[in-house]
Design a protein around this ligand. Structure first.
Ligand code: LLP
Length: 423
């Protein structure tokens, strides 16, 4: 039995004999078989995080709905479904994937400001647990479509509590000025409308204020505002079953990051939810899969411009766009530990200045052909990847102790052009 690799700040990634491992698989050996760029995921890390959530909420009636947008690879979804979690979806495509791996409709919730008629029909036919409705007009359309099918659609109103989640503005959703949810002050009227609609079944209330949240007081504020509305609704004779506080728990991107745990989150939201007596729903995405994944890429060239150095790798913003669009920090390490260091911008091959993974980063010395790992890339990495510059998407691999399985094949040029016509 090998010692477990836990000498990096994230679990299940670490060095053995100066080589980076994920669980018991050497990244160098893996790359020799599957090439680069490759997303690797630790199965144990995923299971550990699922357990942490289940443990944290075990004493209160809670449905944990994994947010598919963070990473919807079918093999990863299967692990999550087999752990009896539910699914939080934002599109018909995610509903398709959730059903494909067997999530029961009774554990699926669906938020999103722009659900199409087709998507609404699909979700009504599947009989999902709750549409998290984001406008009065959407509510009316859901009612009309449900009527067509002779069904009642389960709905919650997604309220916008006007709480600042103190995170990156692009991933803040609970502020009044954002497009998400219904203004908390208008919500009561929307519930009253919903009550009158024949094909609507009101089941709950929903609130998701943002992502990568590390200051839990914002959950307290949002949950309290939501609970107050639940009490007001009760007084109006509107009874709910579910109190959904959304996702958003932050993860470690830097070695020095201290982040709250699912238990810390539970300690804040359970007391508030329990005052209402409603069942709780949480929708974690990043905090299930984020730290469990890394993007491995190969150094192609080194370039020196006087005092500025560049390490040019074979992966680009098309594989991991977070640094480019949010200026997000991902910790980067060399796969082989060396005594010397290099300070450089770690950049991709794409024709955009924004195509970088890190600026002025000090990492162990790398040369052409060496590998680097971009950490905490399991969430919003592959799920946000795209084909710009006609670049095939990365292969994805799940690691389970000393075994690895390809869970997404590498795209090739044929895949990329499959749906294009030459006329
Ligand atoms: N529930 C709803 C309604 C959401 O909109 C989201 C994320 C989640 C749950 C899951 O949040 P999480 O637990 O993963 O923070 N692309 C950005 C993040 C966008 C998050 C969108 N909504 C990023 O890479 O940081």
């Amino acid at each position: 039995m090998q010692e477990s690799v836990n000498n990096l700040f994230i679990e299940h990634f670490g060095y053995r004999d100066s080589n980076l491992y994920c669980e018991d698989v050497s990244i160098g050996n893996l790359v020799a078989k599957v090439g680069t760029p490759v997303y690797v995921y630790s199965k144990r890390a995923i299971i550990q995080r699922i357990r942490a959530y289940k443990d944290a909420f075990k004493d209160y009636q809670t449905l944990i709905c994994y947010a598919l947008k963070a990473n919807s690879n079918l093999s990863i979804l299967k692990i999550i479904e087999e752990s009896r979690l539910g699914a939080d979806i934002v599109s018909g495509g995610e509903l398709y994937k959730a059903k494909k791996v067997g999530f029961p409709s009774s554990r699926i919730v669906y938020a999103g400001v722009g659900k199409t008629d087709f998507e609404i029909e699909f979700a009504i036919r599947e009989g999902i647990l709750s549409f998290n409705v984001e406008s009065q007009m959407e509510l009316e359309i859901i009612n009309q479509i449900a009527k067509k099918y002779g069904k009642k659609a389960n709905v919650s109103i997604r309220i916008n509590p006007d709480v600042d989640p103190k995170t990156h503005p692009y991933i803040s959703t609970g502020l009044k000025k954002s497009k998400f949810g219904i203004d908390i002050h208008q919500a009561k009227e929307v519930y009253k409308t919903a009550l009158k609609l024949e094909n609507i079944n009101i089941v709950g209330i929903h609130c998701h204020i943002g992502s990568q949240i590390t200051d839990l007081s914002v959950y307290e504020e949002a949950a309290q505002k939501t609970a107050e509305l639940v009490f007001q609704l009760k007084r109006e004779g509107i009874e709910l079953q579910y109190f959904n506080i959304g996702g958003g728990l932050g993860i470690r991107y830097r070695p020095e990051d201290k982040v709250p745990t699912p238990k810390d989150l539970a300690n804040i939201v359970i007391p508030i939810a329990s005052q209402t007596g409603l069942k709780l729903i949480v929708e974690p995405g990043r905090s299930i899969i984020g730290e469990a994944g890394a993007l491995i890429t190969k150094v192609m060239f080194l370039k020196d411009k006087g005092d500025k150095h560049f390490v040019i790798v074979d992966s680009g913003m098309n594989d991991l766009v977070r640094p480019s669009i949010y200026n997000a920090y991902h910790h980067i390490v060399a796969v082989k530990q060396r005594d010397r260091k290099i300070k450089a911008d770690i950049v991709g091959p794409i024709c955009e200045t924004g195509d970088f993974f890190g600026i002025d980063r000090e990492i162990d010395w790398v040369d052409r052909g060496d590998l680097i790992a971009i950490l905490s890339a399991g969430a919003y990495g592959s799920s946000m990847s795209f084909n710009y510059n006609v670049r095939p998407k990365a292969i994805e691999v799940l690691i389970d102790r000393e075994k690895f399985s390809i869970i997404k094949e590498r795209e090739d040029y044929k895949h990329i052009t499959l749906l294009e016509e030459e006329i």
